[in-house]
Design a protein around this ligand. Sequence first.
Ligand code: ASP
Length: 274
Amino acid sequence: MQKHGKCFLQVAIDAVEAGVKIPEADPKVTSVGYGGAPDRDGRVTLDACIMDEHASCGAVACLENILHPISVARLVMEKTPHVFLAGEGALSFALENEFKKTNLLTPEAEANWKKWIKEKKYIPKVDYNTHDTIGMLALDADGNLSGACTTSGWAYKMHGRIGDSPIIGAGLFVDNEVGGATSTGLGEEVIRVCGSHAVVELMRQGYHPAEACKAVVERMLKKSPRKRDEITAGFLALNKKGEYGAYAIKKGYQIAIHSNSEPGVLKDIDFLKL
Ligand code: ASP
């Protein structure tokens, strides 16, 4: 898009879609899109959602053989009267709209899955090293916010399991008057507290994005029947002023920032200490 004689992505929704398409297509990223870990049946099933400044949103879940679930989610938002399509219906919709079928199971992911089956005997045990999701938030030159979230979900999950990532309010929420938030980690726990929506509502009450993320991590722990060391999750938030923050239960998550004052900066996310 042209603005002030320069060519750049002006619209936040275009930025978040283009941004998350990169890890979706990257076989080295083992928790998103192509190269993502399959379910316990060896099927790569993808979940994604997108939300713009008008509170328009779209989502797909349990979508197989499509390289860019985020773009299908955007089409659900733009071309259907619905918000959420799942499984076969989501696949048919994608194919009707000229997406092509692609095998998303890389030889590496298949080899790891076969090893997993042998060791774990097909029982989907909780393994907290197998969680990560890409969530992206953007504030554009006109001050509008959008967000996107995409994942292959909990590695070796039961077939048909859907996590927080494609659920508006859990994996992603944007309110253009306030800010946006997105999550990573154990979706079962994020859903329980409607995590991303909760972060945005705390920002509406005046919390800084980092404080809002921390408060929801603490709420999640309080509400969970799981032991603390059995949960991994984190949130990222951006407010209307361009302030951002993130917080996780465990060490190891990172955020990438790109702004005029911080071009291309990678930061470790602060986490809950003992
Ligand atoms: N949040 C995603 C899910 O629960 C994936 C993850 O980050 O583990 O499906």
